[in-house]
Design a protein around this ligand. Structure first.
Ligand code: CTP
Ligand code: MG
Length: 238
């Protein structure tokens, strides 16, 4: 492993936000003064080892050039695919072309604008220690129920050892490309990068994330995210 790892950040932002369901795509909703995607880019930009940022966009994207590009002139773009995993693979191939010195990729969802700086630092510190990569995650807190298919609770599941995955997730670019291709050849659609790596036998490190690292999925996620961002930008540093 190189003594000075070069990390490129990849932000998949090519989703349609079906569960959010607003006229405005969730990655472009303005919160605390700027679009959600701008907060997500700014959060990863804090990392000193970063060689660049690539954002993956839908082919129909109409807002990036107007709303985001002027704020981050150095950010590169790639065109996404039908699923998150396809968008990530497209982005990885673009990074290989545009930034051949980069050996690691930090994948971070556009819809997770609150990423705390200490989580990012912890992930990178722990993740660079091995070849299987790492992801932010938090141990589950709630008691888990299995329904009976008719809206009734039929069983209580064992919670110990279960984690909720977050982003960013940090992997060697060449290994993640191989893992995603293997997934597609087996008709497996991973919902995060760690799932692709697990399929090929890797054991990514679970690094403690934070309940503050909120993701926007449904409309009622906006309020807590906005409160957190307002609070963060009130402080002199985040
Ligand atoms: N994403 C992507 N390409 C896709 C699907 C998703 O780049 N084909 C991105 C989203 O833009 C988002 C991240 O992956 O930043 C996580 O996806 P999710 O939260 O599921 O967003 P959407 O897919 O847009 O939402 P939904 O599943 O509700 O349609
Ligand atoms: Mg989705």
């Amino acid at each position: 492993m190189s003594a000075d790892p070069v990390i490129h950040a990849l932000i998949p932002a090519a989703g349609r936000g079906h569960r959010f369901g607003d006229a405005l795509l969730k990655q472009y909703v303005p919160l605390a003064g700027r679009p959600v995607l701008a907060h997500s880019i700014a959060a990863v930009w804090e990392l000193p080892q970063l060689s660049g940022v690539t954002v993956v966009l839908s082919p129909e994207d109409e807002q990036f050039q107007e709303l985001i590009a002027p704020l981050f002139p150095g950010v590169r773009t790639a065109i996404g695919g039908d699923t998150r995993a396809r968008s990530v693979l497209n982005g990885l191939l673009a990074i290989k072309d545009s930034d051949p010195a980069a050996d690691w990729v930090l994948v971070h969802d556009a819809a997770r604008p609150c990423l705390p700086a200490d989580c990012l630092r912890r992930l990178v510190k722990q993740g660079l220690g091995g070849e299987d990569g790492a992801l932010l995650a938090v141990p589950l807190r709630d008691t888990l129920k299995r329904d009976d298919g008719a809206g009734n609770s039929s069983r209580t599941l064992e919670r110990s050892g279960l984690w909720a995955a977050q982003t960013p997730q940090l992997f060697l670019i060449r290994r993640l490309i191989d893992a995603l291709r293997q997934c597609f050849s087996e008709n497996f659609e991973p919902t995060d990068e760690a799932a692709a790596m697990e399929l090929v036998g890797a054991r990514p490190k679970l690094v403690m994330g934070s309940s503050a690292n909120l993701k926007i999925t449904y409309p009622d996620d906006v309020h807590p995210v906005e409160n957190w961002l307002r609070e963060k930008h009130r402080k002199p540093s985040g």
